[in-house]
Design a protein around this ligand. Structure first.
Ligand code: ZN
Length: 107
């Protein structure tokens, strides 16, 4: 069977709105664009920061702002999300990363 592919050249109609995946932060629960969040994954028993967000496996997300890291690491939300236990060293490593993030602008 032959299909005639009509070249539907609708370039001018294309909306310049890209689909951005939405994820929610485990600390503040706010739903944001994935690119505004930092992904954490479990790799060999250690919670790691997945900067590019491309590593396979279960992941949780935190806003790239200090408050969420402090809040997220204070409780067991990350542990719960990743079904793991954070060692104190692991927690400290993550908190350290959070310290380098900007604070949320207070509105
Ligand atoms: Zn957050």
């Amino acid at each position: 069977m032959r299909m005639t592919i009509s070249k539907d050249d609708s370039k001018g109609q294309q909306l310049r709105r890209k689909h951005v995946p939405q994820r929610s932060c485990v600390a503040c629960r706010q739903v944001r664009d994935k690119r505004n969040l930092v992904r954490l994954i479990l790799a060999a028993g250690t919670v790691e920061i997945d900067i590019k967000g491309k590593k396979p496996g279960r992941g949780v997300y935190l806003c790239s702002q200090r408050q969420c890291w402090e809040l997220g690491l204070k409780g067991n939300r990350i542990e719960y999300g990743l079904r793991t236990r954070l060692s104190s060293e692991n927690r400290r490593m993550l908190l350290e990363y959070g310290t380098g993030l900007p604070l949320k602008e207070v509105t």
